[in-house]
Write a protein that binds this ligand. Structure first.
Ligand code: URA
Length: 252
């Protein structure tokens, strides 16, 4: 095989890893509706066939291919995807870099990969991820038009909260992703994401309902979707948070 051909194949494999593959699209776009509860009105009323949804999702992602941040992000992924800087590197199955539009105006930050994410190498693909997709749809964002990443890129065993050393070691990767993507708005999902990104030791309650700032970027805090699955009563507050977030976006 010529080296040019090899390079193209290598690059396509990286793109697949970074921006989702068939399995990802199948899981996210063709699963039966999740019951997200009455607090998240389903904005997508028309039933769109899975194949049409697939085309739609591809066209959004494709709009960013070949751009500067796509290339930078791809290059950065290659640099860090074999990371063994903390003990989580030894126990992970896959390094979970991030997924979505490298030119997104909106970024979502979670805590760290769970079992499904560790298996697929893509953030938020398990039950919490499916709820997150529904929440995004409820405020008229497609999953493909935002960028989703985590504070730590490797799964903490047993889904425990990442410890301070793991967070300190890994968070520069997120900072670099933010620097490349340059979102205008970030939504932190849960206490770990908010405390780590905002460098504040406050409760989630104290951090909600406010516009924080990381450099020029506005940051809003809400519940982690996994917490909503455990405590559906919190969905109402989360709905208020994400509407607030959408309003900020619309006013930009
Ligand atoms: N929870 C997170 O915080 N991140 C994921 O990617 C999945 C579940």
């Amino acid at each position: 095989m010529t080296s040019a051909k090899q390079k193209i194949i290598e690059s396509l494999l990286v793109q697949k890893e970074l921006y989702g593959d068939e399995l990802f699209r199948k899981t996210i776009l063709t699963e039966p509706d999740l019951n997200v509860g009455k607090d998240f009105p389903n904005k997508v009323e028309k039933k769109i066939s899975p194949s049409l949804k697939k085309i739609e999702s591809l066209s959004v992602s494709n709009s960013s291919f070949g751009t500067d941040s796509t290339e930078k992000l791809t290059q950065y992924y290659k640099e860090i995807c074999e990371c063994l800087e903390c003990p989580l590197g030894k126990t992970r199955n896959k390094f979970v870099f991030g997924v979505g539009d490298p030119n997104a105006k909106v970024m979502l930050v979670g805590e760290g990969p769970g079992a499904d994410e560790d298996e697929q190498g893509i953030p938020f693909v398990g039950r919490a991820g499916q709820l997150l997709t529904k929440i995004l749809e409820a405020i008229s964002f497609k999953r493909e038009e935002v960028y989703i990443a985590n504070i730590v890129k490797c799964r903490p065993p047993g889904n425990r909260t990442p410890n301070p050393v793991e967070i300190e070691t890994c968070i520069p990767y997120l900072h670099k992703q933010i620097e490349i993507i340059q979102p205008k708005l970030i939504l932190c999902l849960g206490t770990t994401a908010a405390v780590s990104l905002l460098k504040r030791k406050e409760s989630l309650g104290a951090m909600r309902n406010k516009v924080h700032q990381v450099g020029e970027i506005k940051v809003v805090v809400t519940y982690h979707p996994a917490a909503l699955l455990r405590n559906p009563n919190w969905k109402k507050d989360c709905w208020a948070d994400v509407q607030f977030f959408r309003k900020l976006y619309d006013e930009m």
